[in-house]
Design a protein around this ligand. Sequence first.
Ligand SMILES: [Zn+2]
Length: 453
Amino acid sequence: MLRLYDTALKAVTDISPQDGQTLKIYACGPTVYRTAHVGNLRTFLLTDLIVRAAELADFETFVVQNITDVGHLLNDSEDKLLQQANLEGKTALEIAAYYEEIFHKDLALLNIIPSDVYPHASETIDLMLRLISLLMEKGFAYVGKDGSVYFAAQKFAEYGSLSGNRLENLKPGHRFDGAVDENKNFHADWALWKIAPDTRSELVWDSPWGRGFPGWHVECSAMSLHHLGSVVDVHTGGIDLRFPHHEDERAQSNAATGEEVVKHWIHAEHLLFEGRKMAKSTGNVVLLSDVIEKGFDPLALRLAFMQSRYRTQMDLNWDVIKAANVQIEKWREKAQAATDVGFPVEYEKAFTEFVLDDLDTPRAIAVLRDAEKALNEAAFADFLIWADLFLGLDLDRAPIEVEIPRAVIELVEKRNEARAAKDWVGSDSLRDEIAGFGFAVKDTPSGTEVTPL
Ligand SMILES: [Zn+2]
């Protein structure tokens, strides 16, 4: 049985598909106006781990992840996409297409299994308009003084039960969309449809209430209800989305259907890098391309992530990524000995139990280390290959073979001669020359080892 930490329940709980077969998952996707940093990627990995764990629990999965290419408001009128488009001198669609491509590439580099559907906000405006009309009919939405449509938070009695932010405790100005807004009836109401200013020419659509654009929260409700219906077994996202995004989404979806649509909200915790929160404002942003530029396998980042559980805050740094890179190379080397002879079933059992126990990846990885000590080469190799179905580290890939240049081999031979003649000065200067080619020499009882620096 798969168990995960449910944010609303504040407890680890059993997860199974309502229909007994296919676990329906909705994952909050990226707003494609910039490259996702490694903290965002850790959140996207959570959905992949759930998909792979579901396989160990013998469930199928169906995953929907939205691409926000419109409507992610910085405040009630600025759109992140449009702002970036202005900055780069491109159209909003060009910006969205560019950053979406990077998003898919980054996910592929991390062996994140693609979602079954990637709906785009800009292509599902009609779904949002229908949902907003339904909310109007049911009395959960109203037209504000500026002609925009707002969700009436007070009409949804259970508001706050996901995040704990009850309406009576929310003060005006505590929300992402800023201070008291005269256009709304109540400060915690949020825009479902914003009437566009005349100056806005991009990302605007006609609606029964006038030309405008959707709010961000309504997008996820419209898409999840359309693609998954009124049962979403698991909804994933970063912990920062719990409020207001997920609280508002829950209100919209439940108000529209009269049902508790999302059965379990699962959140990934923040990632720190070198002890600091990753944010553009502090200049502390690390991208997957930075990891690759430093010469690391992108899957080293995946292993580094899995060394912490998804719901613990993780403090990542370059040493951790480097160590993970070394580890992957070692395991790839060892996995070459795989023969299909099999391995003791208790290792499979222990690994599976830790994975299914709220994705306890650090302990699952510890089982690998135990097996490494206890099993013979062939059995451990077979265990690695099996475990990699979940780990996704391409352990069956041959380790990188570095060819040692002829010149280096000659220098090593010269150095061996110098050492035999006890010419230590000459030997040291040859060592420096070899280092100049990017190689290190190490003298071992079995001879001289040459490795890339
Ligand atoms: Zn969302």
